[in-house]
Write a protein that binds this ligand. Structure first.
Ligand code: GDP
Ligand code: MG
Length: 311
């Protein structure tokens, strides 16, 4: 048997909240910390993770502009901007993973599929959480319906949580990528990437806890990221991170939503984000979060930012 060539490329990962994208990415990448590369990107993608295998490398990216996870409220806005957005957001994307939860296909998934196919990008449907269906034959009618009238490069029932079905998925996706050398080294991890990751974790909590209520031009900036030695009585000093995250919204009313009653929501966002950071960075984290109103944004600018059009 001849050896197959090394393949590498950018793979967009799309899907609604809670379908299991992060779980899948972590499972593919293998270790949580290797998720982000500090290298400046030439495209407008946000790097989610780099999964390197003997046969090739998947650079998993987010594609601002064709999110399938904005919820119904922005679905029509998304329609309006889709053509424009898709052109930029999908530049340089070689293949896409559209992740759904077994048994659930939504309008947002249709939007994402259409945008991807419109840009000529092969779409692999990842039907996640199949472990919830002990009787797999129950899934067949669902798969048939979703597949009807659509052209997926492949359909992959998987369980990201149990890590089943991932090998064939990787094989399929690698096959869709161009023959070329690895795009990134396997061990590119720096503080800069951790800083970026910290912002992503806060953003994830915002999405998770606010859902459709999340003001759509919300952004997160990490203003402070410092390593310190934490001293405790009777114990050797150990490293900890002191992190300051600012959540920017457009209006005072939105600020109130993020902060919540008596500050409860912001506290919860902070606590969950900190726990995630501690897990990811493997050290204690002292996290402070603020919400600020960024004034002087026109609606247009806000929309463009949300769709990934400003740097
Ligand atoms: P994301 O919002 O798409 O990134 O979803 P997450 O990866 O954060 O997962 C959302 C929830 O679904 C978490 O509680 C996961 O543990 C759970 N989950 C993810 N993948 C699976 C799976 O394959 N099976 C089951 N049963 N649960 C899963
Ligand atoms: Mg996620």
């Amino acid at each position: 048997m001849s050896e197959s060539p090394y393949r590498a490329g950018h793979v967009a990962v799309l899907g609604r909240p809670n379908v299991g994208k992060s779980t899948l990415i972590n499972a593919l990448v293998g270790t949580k910390v290797s998720i982000v590369s500090p290298r400046p990107q030439t495209t407008r993608h946000r790097m989610l993770g780099i999964a390197t295998f003997p046969e090739g490398q998947l650079v998993l990216v987010d594609t601002p502009g064709i999110h399938a996870d904005k919820g119904k409220a922005t679905a029509s806005a998304m329609h309006r901007m889709m053509n424009r957005a898709a052109r930029g957001a999908l530049e340089g994307v070689d293949a896409a993973l559209l992740v759904i939860r077994a048994g659930q296909w939504s309008d947002e998934d249709t939007l994402a599929y259409d945008a991807l196919k419109g840009a000529g990008i092969p779409v692999v449907l990842v039907v996640n959480q199949v472990d919830r269906y002990p009787d797999k034959t129950e899934l067949l009618p669902f798969l048939q319906t979703v597949n009807e009238g659509r052209e997926f490069a492949s359909l992959h029932p998987v369980s990201a949580l149990k890590r089943s079905g991932l090998q064939p998925l990787v094989k399929t996706v690698l096959g869709l990528l161009p023959e070329q050398d690895a795009l990134y080294g396997e061990d590119e991890i720096t503080d800069k990437s951790q800083r970026f990751l910290a912002g992503e974790l806060v953003r994830e909590q915002l999405m998770r806890q606010l859902g459709a209520e999340l003001p759509y031009a919300t952004t997160v900036e990490i203003e402070r990221f410092e390593e310190e030695m934490a001293k405790r009585k009777g114990a050797p000093p150990e490293p900890m991170y002191r992190i300051g995250a600012v959540i920017f919204v457009e209006r005072e009313s939105q600020k109130a939503i993020v902060i919540g009653k008596g500050g409860a929501r912001l506290r919860e966002i902070g606590t969950k984000s900190r726990q995630q950071m501690e897990r990811m960075f493997g050290c204690k984290v002292f996290l402070e979060t603020w919400v600020r109103v960024r004034e002087g944004w026109s609606d247009d600018e806000a929309a463009l930012k949300a769709f990934g059009y400003t740097e």
